[in-house]
Design a protein around this ligand. Sequence first.
Ligand SMILES: [Mn+2]
Length: 257
Amino acid sequence: MRILLTNDDGITSRGLLAAKQALDTVGEVSVIAPDSNRSAVGRGITIDRSLTVTEVELRDGSRGFATDGTPVDCVRFAELGLVGDRPDLIVAGINYGVNLGDDVTYSGTVAAAFEGIVLGIPAIAVSQQSKEAGLHFRRQRNYDFSPAAGILATLARQVAEHGLPNGTILNVNAPPPPVQGVEVARLGRRIYRDRLDVEHDEDGRRRYRIYGDDPSYHDEPDTDFRAIAEGKIAVTPVHLDLTSTGAIEEIARWQLG
Ligand SMILES: [Mn+2]
């Protein structure tokens, strides 16, 4: 099995290395990742300039590629043959911090996996919560990626055996150990506590911080948020069909000339 590994935290991420080591037991892994942190860039691609690609040595001594593009650019590079043959599986992660519920649309990690749907290649996005980080996204020092790495190897083997349903990726989030089980869950919904914090830069200009520090979530059954809160790994099948099928009829009844 040929596996393409990327992330949004950047080529030097310890989470990327943890994923690499887990996937080395499953197949032949090629790595291409952004040269620095591109978290929360979503499905952005680079169309206004050319991209650099640098061959680098990863911490395990293997070779990988770093680019100044986005996570989605990384997957596109792989499709174009830059890092070897077309992959059988795309993996993005292991991300520092969870990607749950509504947040999947901001996430560069999940975005890279979504590109698998566009290219017709099975894909897994995988994220690890830290004990200290709670539901935040922040990168911290004492990260234990082992729960996410363990489920990643299992899922990669399952995908090798069964494939994935058409147009579907897996969004996987692991709580810190000890893990209480694995649940196939739906995406939940965030509650953001945004606020305007005003700062002044050296030139006296106002600057604003708008994303609050303490996001919460709607505690609903069968959701990824609930699974994580219960100490379980959440595996969520996600597709990219954004059409609101149920709304087509209603909107079609409008007087649109
Ligand atoms: Mn990230």
